[in-house]
Design a protein around this ligand. Structure first.
Ligand code: ZN
Length: 260
């Protein structure tokens, strides 16, 4: 696939990001419609590519991808009291090519997440099944308890849960706070971050890992909702969840599935 002149990165990386975006935007999967959601990929230690504002995941083309510098967006996370117009200016200033389309305001959290160890791709969606839980009092239980081993293999022993805040800078700051606390407590980077009343972010070394975490989180949400509808769901114990998360054969399986 030819690269847009606006994007200076390798056509292969753009093709992988476009394919991930098309997978995430597939209408039958009910993960994102219209301009919902976004996806990104790390190009180097300095830059990343991300869906531009207003583009559609399902039909994303290379002209709808923008390359941005990581550092100015990440340093914005330490800023206090920025107005929406200041945030907008910083987003435009971070673009490698000023004539390219403006990145989504959610590029702020993509930038920071792409600096976590082992994270090369990020996919953010608003799945119906997951949001059905994130818009209820069940969000915390769904984030911290596990019902099936494969949920642990693809999504980790727990999800990060971020309380609802305004999308944009405040959300990026809240995500950073919640992920830092998660890493301190669990001792490894998360696979999936849940945003209350908003959606899901999947992180991975490959597009396949992002897809696996997204689809498995959706499946887990459907199982959780089914369990609640039938009665009290029977959760795996914390000890069992921790054991599966660290088992050598499961680590091997994660590797074979392209999740590591
Ligand atoms: Zn969103």
């Amino acid at each position: 696939m030819p690269a847009s002149p606006a994007v200076k990165t390798s056509p292969d990386l753009i093709a992988r990001l476009l394919d991930l975006s098309h997978q995430l935007g597939r209408e039958d999967r009910k993960l994102a419609i219209l301009g919902e959601g976004n996806a990104s990929a790390r190009v180097s230690a300095d830059t990343f590519i991300v869906k531009a504002s207003g583009s559609n995941l399902a039909t994303l083309a290379s002209a709808g991808v923008t390359e941005c510098r990581l550092a100015p967006l990440i340093s914005s996370l330490d800023a206090k009291g920025l107005a929406d117009t200041d945030v907008d200016e910083r987003l435009v200033a971070a673009q490698v090519d000023a004539t390219a389309k403006k990145p989504s305001v959610e590029a702020m959290f993509h930038a920071w997440l792409l600096t976590l160890p082992g994270v090369n791709f990020v996919g953010h969606t608003h799945p119906v099944a997951v949001n059905s839980i994130l818009c209820t009092k069940h969000a915390r239980t769904f984030a911290t308890r596990r019902l099936c081993p494969d949920e642990i293999v693809c999504c980790g022993a727990e999800f990060v849960l971020v309380p609802y805040v305004d999308p944009g800078l405040k959300l990026a700051q809240a995500i950073r706070r919640a992920v830092v606390a998660y890493v301190k407590r669990i001792g490894r980077a998360p696979r999936v971050i849940l945003l209350e009343n908003h959606g899901l972010i999947a992180l991975g070394g490959t597009p396949e890992a992002v897809m696996a975490a997204t689809l498995m989180a959706v499946k887990a949400a459907e199982i959780y909702a089914g369990g609640v509808a039938l009665g009290a769901p029977r959760f795996l114990s914390a000890a069992v969840a921790a054991r599966i998360a660290g088992r050598p054969d499961e680590l091997y399986r994660e590797k074979m599935l392209g999740l590591r």
